[in-house]
Ligand binder design. Structure first.
Ligand code: ZN
Length: 199
């Protein structure tokens, strides 16, 4: 493994363990729809994004999708953007997948023309998963990826490694990745704390 990949893996683990623990959704709330979803609607609204549960039978855990819709009113094209997670996976996995997709959303990962520096797919996945696992650590009582229930196709702790194993990382891209990680962790966690009445 390339030395730089090793450093990135090490750094992501350290980052997660520095996060303070705020509260535990799994103890304090009944379900995703009564907790994290209402606490983050503000973010979805801001990014003009709808929340939907995945269609039955869809095997992916979640996704951030967008498509252009052509309307009959002249040639107006509307962008329809959806953040989806599966309804039939357990609460803790829903929280994890939702954090991951939310991080893609707030960093414009499907619309990188809005960003000064564009990241590759492995770089975007590194950002999304590092933030998702950090938020999980903060809001699900200190849980780590390795403690997640294993109805996934692969172990979550290996997710980042699988993506970045053969990827290239320039200094410029690494700086941008860590900027996105820090900013989006701050942004999402502040909104959750505000909307959940935590002081
Ligand atoms: Zn992703």
């Amino acid at each position: 493994m390339e030395n730089r990949t090793r450093i990135l893996l090490d750094r992501y683990k350290k980052y997660i363990s520095t996060k303070e623990i705020y509260f535990n959704y799994l103890n304090d709330y009944e379900s995703f729809e009564t907790s994290l979803l209402p606490h983050t609607l503000e973010i979805l609204d801001f990014f003009n994004t709808q929340f939907k549960f995945e269609r039955r039978g869809n095997s992916r855990e979640g996704a951030l999708t967008q498509k252009k819709i052509r309307t009959s009113l002249g040639e107006i094209k509307i962008l329809s953007r959806n953040l989806k997670i599966r309804k039939d996976i357990n609460f803790i996995n829903q929280v994890h997948v939702y954090f991951h997709e939310l991080t893609h959303l707030v960093n414009n990962h499907n619309n990188q023309e809005l960003n000064k520096i564009k990241l590759s797919t492995p770089q975007k996945e590194y950002v999304a998963e590092t933030v998702a696992q950090s938020l999980l650590y903060s809001f699900v009582g200190g849980i780590k990826a390795r403690d997640l229930p294993s109805n996934y196709k692969w172990k979550q702790e290996e997710y980042i490694e699988r993506w970045i194993k053969n990827a290239k990382f320039s200094d410029k891209k690494i700086i941008e990745m860590w900027k996105q990680i820090n900013n989006s962790y701050e942004f999402i966690s502040k909104i959750i704390l505000k909307n959940s009445g935590f002081n």
